[in-house]
Design a protein around this ligand. Structure first.
Ligand code: FAD
Length: 405
């Protein structure tokens, strides 16, 4: 049954698991193609940021935990941001020309839109660039008390006053639908990571990665709530994309290029034919993916954070606590897991910012979006989309396994 329709999706919501399965089959090829393009495959991240909550050790020392970063001589991107390029304004593209010389630009504290952001975004001298295609999210071997403590800390952020911290990891004890939303987003992220690590599980003998049905069933397949939370997140992110296309001129936003890479370096990409043509983004994102998602409402947020029924401070607290989860990511002791964890928390943070801040007229001047947020949003959507394709594949594996016994 479509239980993700309950509570925070309207009672008239006609979204079902099979509706999302069909929708996903339809857009999957375009989305998989989109995240391979030059705009969406590069991610800027600080992998050396100190964990500020406890003395985190990096115990995952296998090569599967490593991240392959772009070396400075490849694109000379490291340690460079362009202070002249401000994040684009909502509904208005600001693209200032730059006079900064290639490779010699001083990093400036970016406009971080502190009050409306739901996640921290790395933008400092320690940042490196990563080609996500060379660093897939899959089994790394990271686990034990290390990862358990991180998950526990993340779930504990949902402990708004009057909730019991220790209950959150094992059962849903929501005080209100907003807290339930927080829990489901985190649990859906957790479950999606588990799908990816079981779908690309390491065979220690051959060194190859393969779909491991047993691990999938133990981590996700046997838990209806975890499966449901993946679909729930899919609906949430899909709806945010539809809304983003209404409030931001996406074509111009993408066309205006990289707000975190200097014009000279962009020129370098152009000269090396490493930039995909705008037509490609139009075809995949604007003509195919967004119209398919927008054909039916997937997620209704109109009753959430309604000042008539909840304390207006609840949204500020929700935002601050969600933002804290992105800082907890610095405590993940495996580089590959930490990088994908950061991408997805920024992706969900961007989706929440779109859904809960973009319609408030008071925010019109304050709301900003940057390339990295769009990159994270689309990659997070791709993670969920790939998870759903994998779940359907595991379903078939499970049925044929039953026939064999
Ligand atoms: P865990 O997944 O660690 O779960 C701990 C407890 O949480 C469980 O015992 C259960 O009670 C509860 N729980 C589990 N799933 C859910 C859910 N969906 N909703 C609610 N409660 C739940 N490993 C990789 O191999 N590759 C990766 O890319 C990767 N990325 C990670 C990213 C982050 C941010 C973190 C914190 C960990 C990551 N890991 C990754 C590790 C992985 O998530 C597991 O922690 C690890 O595989 C150990 O799994 P486990 O079965 O012991 O339980």
């Amino acid at each position: 049954s479509p239980d993700f329709c309950s509570q925070i999706i309207t009672p008239t919501c006609n979204t079902t698991f099979s509706y999302i399965d069909d929708l996903n089959k339809n857009i999957r090829p375009s989305l998989a193609e989109l995240v391979k393009t030059s705009y969406f495959k590069y991610f800027k991240v600080n992998l050396d940021k100190q964990c500020k909550f406890w003395n985190a050790q990096h115990f995952c020392a296998t090569e599967n935990c490593a991240v392959e970063i772009l070396s400075p001589d490849q694109y000379n991107w490291t340690n460079v941001t362009n202070p002249d390029l401000k994040p684009s304004r909502l509904g208005k593209i600001e693209r200032a020309g730059s006079t900064a010389a290639d490779g010699s630009i001083e990093t400036e504290e970016p406009d971080t839109c502190e009050d409306l952001d739901y996640s921290h975004i790395d933008d400092d001298h320690q940042c490196v660039y990563v080609n996500l295609l060379n660093n897939p999210e899959r089994f790394t071997g990271y686990g034990g008390n290390q990862s358990f403590d991180v998950w526990k800390a993340i779930y504990s952020e949902n402990c708004f006053p009057n909730t019991n911290p220790m209950s959150m990891i094992s059962e849903e004890k929501e005080q209100c639908v907003e807290k339930n939303l927080f829990y489901r987003v985190v649990s859906g992220l957790h479950a999606s990571i588990a799908v990816h690590l079981s779908n690309e599980y390491l065979n220690a003998e051959t060194g190859e990665f393969y779909p491991n049905l047993k691990v999938f069933m133990e981590r996700v397949g046997s838990f209806n709530d975890r499966l449901s939370n993946i679909y729930f997140n899919y609906a949430l992110v899909a709806e945010s994309l539809v809304k983003l296309a209404e409030v931001l001129p996406l074509r111009e936003f993408i066309q205006s290029g990289y707000d975190d890479i200097s014009p000279a370096q962009q020129q370098h990409l152009l000269e090396n034919n490493a930039v995909d043509p705008q037509d490609k983004y139009d075809d995949l994102l604007l003509n195919k993916i967004i119209p398919s998602l927008g054909s039916n409402p997937l997620f209704n947020t109109s009753t959430l954070f309604d000042p008539k029924s909840v304390d207006p401070k609840l949204k500020d607290e929700f935002r601050a606590r969600f933002k804290n989860t992105s800082a907890i990511m610095d405590c993940v002791g495996c580089d590959r897991c930490r990088m994908w964890g950061k991408i997805q928390i920024i992706g969900y943070g961007t989706a929440l910012k779109i859904l809960f801040e973009s319609e408030d007229p008071n925010n019109a001047d304050k709301l900003r979006f940057r390339r990295i947020e769009l990159v994270a949003l689309l990659n997070t959507f791709d993670r969920l989309s790939k998870s759903i394709a994998a779940i359907n594949n595991f379903k078939e594996l499970y049925l044929s396994h039953l026939e064999d016994v």
